[in-house]
Design a protein around this ligand. Structure first.
Ligand code: ATP
Ligand code: MG
Length: 313
């Protein structure tokens, strides 16, 4: 089976237990939960039994260990996570406002992952993997961005495939330093996984159908649009499939897009019927929001089937 690689920040998330506007005041917090968009994504890929690995860098601390142990337990090759002595793993504090929106307080500016550089282990992993999942946010850090770009070019040149989740605020897209690498990645992309307005990042002058058509005309094989609590849609040349949202109690939406993406990619790589892969990924996204902690809601195949069975009954 093809092996999937991703490269990027691993951090922990600490979550406020009460909703509130204003600022993060003293209250019970829960966590540290393993986190980081690439980590959540690859954990979901590992849980579905797809061979996979992550390249990252953490401090020699409990925040790093909590991630490494979880990813390893869920089937991810963690040999590419470098442990930097005397440095610290990033963290993020999250609180929910009364209206359900989230406020993040990041502590990653001086994290160990900020000093990630190619090394013999990361080079060997790039050589041994057939698929790279790219997070657009990687390009906000020049060194990480350069590593991701180099890996994408190597894997693509060897005949491998690329999936791309922009995972970006539109403001960042307007930064010219981001634009060039994102355009280059899109030109290599086989599977594009935007969320909401990200569909229009590269095709701003279209409606939804026009943007999808233009993206497919660029040679992207599959476009999957994540619609949050409204479900998801899949587009290929001559094919459209829609997944209605599965009714769930949304406890913590963070990480849903990454769980969805990891699940969709696993089935897409296996050649599962696209509409069925969408249905399973939609279940993975729905289950993800029912758990507190961004990686706590990644799913095994049995758990996805249980969600879909429950929906039928
Ligand atoms: P994030 O970047 O916060 O991880 P995202 O914006 O990339 O998320 P979303 O669109 O929020 O991704 O969620 C991904 C998928 O998860 C949705 O397309 C849908 O299938 C599922 N999902 C998300 N929220 C809900 C919900 N409240 N109820 C049911 N399904 C949901
Ligand atoms: Mg996202």
């Amino acid at each position: 089976m093809q092996k999937v690689l991703t490269i990027g920040e691993v951090l922990v998330e600490i979550v406020a237990t009460t909703k509130g506007d204003g600022f993060l005041a003293a209250q019970p917090l829960v966590g540290p939960f393993p986190s980081g968009a690439p980590a959540i994504f690859i954990d979901q890929v590992g849980k579905l039994g797809t061979p996979c690995a992550i390249v990252s860098r953490v401090g020699d601390d409990d925040f790093g260990r909590v991630n490494i142990e979880r990813l390893r337990a869920d089937g991810v090759d963690v040999s590419g996570i470098e442990i930097a002595e005397g440095e610290t793993t990033g963290s993020a504090f999250v609180r929910y406002r009364e209206d359900g929106s989230r406020a993040f307080l990041y502590n990653i500016r001086h994290s160990a992952c900020g000093k990630i550089r190619p090394n013999p282990v990361s080079a060997a992993l790039v050589d041994s993997c057939d698929h790279l999942h790219v997070m657009g946010s990687a390009f906000s850090a020049p060194e990480l961005g350069a590593m991701v770009m180099d890996a994408a070019q190597r894997i693509k040149t060897r005949g491998g495939t690329i999936s791309f989740d922009p995972n970006l605020r539109p403001e960042l897209m307007r930064d010219p330093a981001m634009r060039a690498p994102l355009d280059a990645i899109l030109a290599m992309t086989d599977l594009f996984l935007p969320s909401g307005e990200e569909l229009f990042l590269f095709e701003p002058d279209h409606d939804e159908a026009g943007a999808v058509e233009a993206l497919l005309a660029r040679g992207i094989r599959t476009v999957v649009l994540k619609r949050g609590a409204k479900g998801a849609s899949l587009f290929q040349k001559g094919l459209r499939a829609d997944a209605q949202p599965i009714p769930v109690e949304e406890l913590d939406p963070t990480g849903a897009g990454d769980a969805f993406g990891g699940a969709f990619l696993s089935f897409w790589l296996r050649g599962t019927d696209p509409a069925e892969a969408l249905r399973l990924a939609n279940a993975a996204g729905a289950r993800a929001v029912t758990r507190l902690g961004p990686m706590e809601g990644t799913s095994t195949r049995v758990e996805l089937d249980a969600i879909l069975q429950g929906q039928k009954g």
